[in-house]
Each structure stands twice: as C-alpha cells, then as structure tokens.
Design a protein around this ligand. Structure first.
Ligand SMILES: Cc1cc2nc3c(=O)[nH]c(=O)nc-3n(C[C@H](O)[C@H](O)[C@H](O)COP(=O)(O)OP(=O)(O)OC[C@H]3O[C@@H](n4cnc5c(N)ncnc54)[C@H](O)[C@@H]3O)c2cc1C
Length: 533
C-alpha cells in the first residue's frame, strides 16, 4: 500500500509529521509492531520517552574498583523454550543465545534456617511438604489448563477464582506452611512481584497458563533457560536498525503527552458535564482505521504526528500519563486504575571468578520467604575469548531477586546497610566469599519514570475478571500492545513480541478494510486529502 505523505512541516523547534502508523513506546512490543508494519510497506513513526530503545530490557556496564567494566542486564534477559515468537525473532535478527549455567548442586534454605544442598528439580523437604507441594502444583496445573491464558476473564469460574487472594487459596488447600511459601514464590515474589495476598488466584492461574503450565513456572531450568549473547536489549537495538533501514522513524527523548483519537458528536453531549455519549459509553468502530494525532515533547520542542492508526505500546500503569482527547470511555477510566506494577530489585554481584562452582555449586539457590528468595549464576557469555572470540566471561556473576515488601524495606535503608543486608542474605546460600564482589549493582526500575516498577503490571484483587476483557480492545484507531496484556508470554519479552505482531496485523487489517471500502472514519481537518491505494 502506498501512501501520500505530506512533507513534514517544521518551525525552528516544532515538528509535524504525517505517517501511516504512530507507535508510542520503543520497547520490544512497540518495536515489533513498527517492524511488522514497516515490512508490510507502511510508514511508521515511533515515539519513545527514554533516550534509548528497549524499555524494560536494558544492557548496562558497572565498573569495579580497578576501573574494569562488567556487563549486566538491568531488565529482562531470560528466554524459555515455550517462548517461540521471541526465539524466532532472535533468529531473524541474527542473534544467538546461550544457556544458563546449571551444573552442580543447588542450595535450599528451609524455614528454620537450615541450609541444604540438592540436585534435580525437587527441593530437599520433608515427605509431607513434598506431597503438599506436589498437590498444590497439580491443582494449579489443572486450573491453568481449565482457564487458559487467552481469555481468563471468560472462564466458568473466573469470578470465583478472581475474588480469592492467592494466599487464601493456598491456605485453603494446604496446611503446610513450607509448601505454601515455596509454591507462593513461583508466582508472587518470583513473577508478579506482589505479596500473595495482593492478587487473585485467577491472576496466578493466568501467570501459569501463559507459561504453558504451573509446572513450567516452578521449573527454573525451563523458565530461566537461555540468554541472548550481547543482552536482551540487543533485540530492540536490532529491531530499531531494521525499522530505520525500512524508512521508519524513531524519535527518542520524546514522551507522548496527548492522543487525539476521535471526533465527537457534540449533539450527544451530556447537558451538564458536556461529555458526548458516544465516548463515555464506548465508541463504535473500535479498531477501525481513521485519524489519530499524537502530541509529544521532544528535546527541541513539540512534536505532532498525524496517522491513520496508533499502537500504544507502553505498560498499562502509564496510560494515565497521557491525556486522551476526547477522554477515554468510562469503563477504561476505571479499569486502568486497577492495574499496577509489581516491585522487585534485581541484584547483580560480580566476582573475580565464579567461586561457587569450585565448591560444586550451580549458583542456583532458593528460600521461600527469605530476603533474597532466589539466586542464579548469571555469568556472561560473549566476546571474552582471545581476540574477541565468543567465550564465557572469566568473571563470575550472580543475580538475585528481592521482591515486594522486602524490596520496599531495602530501598528504605542507607546504601551501605542495604548492600550488606542483601549480600549477607546471598552469602547464607553460597558462602562468605559472596560478601566480596568486585562490582555490585541493584536494578531500580521503580525509580524510572517511564516504567515505575518491575517486572510488570497485574490487576488488583478481582480486577482481572471485571476488566480483563477490555485490555486488548482498541479505542477508536488506537491499538494496545504490551507484554503486560499478553496471553502467552504474559509479563515476558515473548509476550511483548506477540502483542506487537498482533497489533500490527490488526492495523493492517483495518487499513485494508479502508482500502476496500474507500472510507475511513473521522479524519481530522487538513488530512482529508490522504489517499490509500
Ligand atoms: C528487572 C526486570 C527483569 C525482567 N526479567 C525478564 C526476563 O528474564 N525475561 C523476560 O522475558 N522478561 C523479563 N522482564 C520483563 C520484560 O522486560 C518486559 O516484559 C518487556 O520489556 C515488556 O516490553 P514492552 O515493550 O511491552 O514494554 P516496555 O519494555 O516497558 O517498553 C515500553 C516503552 O514505552 C516507553 N514509554 C512509556 N511511556 C511513554 C510515553 N508517554 N511516551 C513515549 N514512550 C513511552 C518506555 O520508555 C518504554 O521504552 C523483566 C523486567 C524487569 C524490569
């Protein structure tokens, strides 16, 4: 499809662009959408608030006290075998992956503080705790199969499951505190990064179903399988290069602050509040190609982008940062207030060597309810061999996670005390050498204005069955895409890729419909001369 694109009208500082599709957010979802559209011959403009692409995937380096740089992945990094859309994209972009190191014994600390080493995927717990753990996992597997990931809000027992906190559900089905704490890790502190009393059983079931089963979630060798050589952000960096090669534009440091998405019918306005009925009750023709204008603030002034369709690819907790003109329908105003980010600190500790391996340890460690509830060997693989050949980094890296209320407590401490407390907790698993990293860094996505938490968003208790059906419904010509509203790959980069592709395909279908009927709704004044052929 060719389009007539009016030349960009520019003043000294302000920029106005006309394009086919405007994408807001240059994370994996937005960039996948833009890439899919650009490959289909559409002109795309991507508007990104940060000074980089990748969103919650971000490569960084930390310096040690001798000035040496160490590579870390501040955000998302692991790929599991079920994440086939991401894996296919990684291949398409010419990237390679490597497996997480997992040879040797793992460590488990039981609730009484006893340290155990073990091999295999079964925690060294009493027979009763094992039976109870397996029972809970089997119940969750059944629910995941029954409910599925696509439309959990439509499941027969959606309301029943969505009005019971996951913690309550676990206690209803088991009296074994250790089993409950360990099963809780896999969804609460380990995934949604909220306390298990703060979200529903339906939300937990969605998390499991999105990974294929609850058994997949509890298997760290499945869920934390491989990493991209060069870091997960490289997926977004490569996507951005491809988009630019195809003529697309990516405007960094340009947060969108307003979306004009619909021409209202003033005759339907409420006599008192002035809000047109066609908006407050939800518009007809959602998802139809029409006219949308995005206003953003760039480094050099205001940026205005006119398009026929938009993809809003930001996490749902940030929708409220954007003014919609006219305002969004009532139900979305309400729904968006019941979606919030979790909180987790990703801990990076770099050592001269992966010393734990010498003790026969894999670096994998768990402790339900402990300050650092999981630890893994996160040693890098990349250009560390002779002459930059690909090899394992001689420095060893551990990654650990401090979740929800523990994370709040840690951020409230002075820096040195926080570091000491976190390293001490990791040392309980892997020994006193853990206390002496050459480099140490805590990922702090909660402090980042354009994310505000980690890993992702979820509904509060009862929210998923009430509003989940709205999350992927376009608003006029505005389509939504984000890992946080994905089915398969929910809260993961794979889900972001699936969402980006789905939004792009929906836009293409809407534009094709316009092409066939020759109609499109509600173009703004001045754009009526756009042609589609
Ligand atoms: C610490 C951490 C660890 C994680 N670990 C994993 C993992 O191991 N494996 C995995 O698969 N996933 C992991 N994730 C999750 C994964 O990173 C996300 O699911 C994924 O990045 C979501 O992609 P997205 O494009 O949907 O959203 P994002 O990556 O959040 O991208 C959204 C983009 O929108 C931009 N934006 C926001 N508001 C505006 C605005 N108003 N105007 C313009 N731009 C805006 C943001 O700056 C951002 O670039 C992790 C996340 C975190 C934080």
């Amino acid at each position: 499809m060719a389009t007539t694109a009016a030349p960009a009208a520019e003043t000294a500082t302000d920029v106005t662009e006309i394009t086919d599709v405007v994408v807001i957010g240059a994370g994996p979802a937005g960039l996948t959408a833009a890439y899919t559209l650009a490959k289909a011959g559409r002109r795309v403009t991507v508007i990104e608030a940060r000074n980089r692409v990748g969103g919650r995937t971000w490569n960084g380096t930390v310096l040690d006290d001798r000035g040496r740089e160490h590579f870390i992945e501040i955000g998302g990094q692991w790929i599991s075998p079920d994440q086939t859309r991401l894996s296919a994209l990684v291949d398409e972009l010419g990237l390679e992956t490597f497996p997480r190191y997992r040879d040797g014994q793992s460590v488990y600390i039981s609730p009484d503080g006893t340290r155990h080493t073990y091999t295999g995927d079964r925690l060294p717990v009493s027979d009763h705790t094992r039976e109870e753990t397996e029972k809970l996992i089997a119940l969750m597997d059944d629910l995941a199969e029954e409910v599925g990931a696509e439309t959990p809000w439509a499941a027969a027992r959606a309301e029943e499951l969505d009005t019971v906190a996951f913690r309550t559900w676990l206690h209803r089905h088991s009296d074994d505190r250790e089993a409950i704490d360990n099963v809780s890790i896999y969804v609460a502190s380990g995934m949604l990064t909220k306390p298990s009393y703060a979200f529903s059983t339906l939300q937990a079931v969605l998390m499991a179903a999105s990974a294929g089963s609850f058994s997949n979630l509890v298997d760290e060798n499945f869920i934390l399988d491989r990493r991209v050589i060069g870091g997960m952000q490289t997926v977004s960096v490569r996507l951005a290069e491809k988009i630019r090669e195809l003529g697309g534009r990516i405007l960094l440091e340009t947060p969108a602050h307003q979306i004009d998405w619909h021409d209202v019918d003033p005759d339907t306005a409420d006599p008192l509040n002035g809000i047109p009925a066609d908006v407050r009750d939800g518009v007809s023709g959602n998802g139809s190609s029409g006219s949308v204008t995005v206003h953003a603030t760039g480094p050099d002034g205001e940026v205005t982008v006119h398009a026929t369709d938009a993809v809003l690819a930001v996490p749902p907790n940030l929708y409220n940062r954007i003014r919609f003109v006219p305002p969004l329908p009532r139900e979305q105003h309400i729904a968006h207030q019941h979606i919030s980010m979790g909180l987790v600190i990703k801990v990076h500790a770099v050592y001269d060597t992966p010393f734990w391996r010498e003790a026969g340890l894999s670096g994998t460690a768990f402790g339900g309810g402990r300050l650092v509830q999981e630890v893994y060997d996160n040693t890098n693989y990349g250009p560390y061999g002779p002459d930059g050949t690909t090899a394992e980094d001689p420095f060893g890296t551990l990654v650990g996670f401090v979740s929800d209320v523990n994370a709040e407590q840690m951020w409230a401490l002075p820096e040195e005390e926080r570091r000491h407390r976190i390293l001490s907790a990791m040392a309980e698993y892997l020994g006193p050498q853990t206390m002496e990293p050459v480099a140490f860094y805590l990922s702090d996505m909660a402090a980042e204005e354009w994310t505000r938490g980690a890993y992702a968003t979820s509904y509060d208790l009862g929210g998923l069955h009430r509003w989940g059906h709205l999350q992927n419904r376009p608003t006029g010509p505005v389509h939504y895409a984000c890992s946080d509203i994905a089915a398969e790959g929910y809260q993961h980069v794979d889900g972001a890729v699936r969402q980006g592709e789905a939004a792009a395909l929906a836009v293409l279908a809407a534009q094709d419909a316009v092409q066939h009927t020759g109609q499109h709704a509600g173009l703004h004044a001045g754009q009526g001369d756009r042609q589609y052929s």
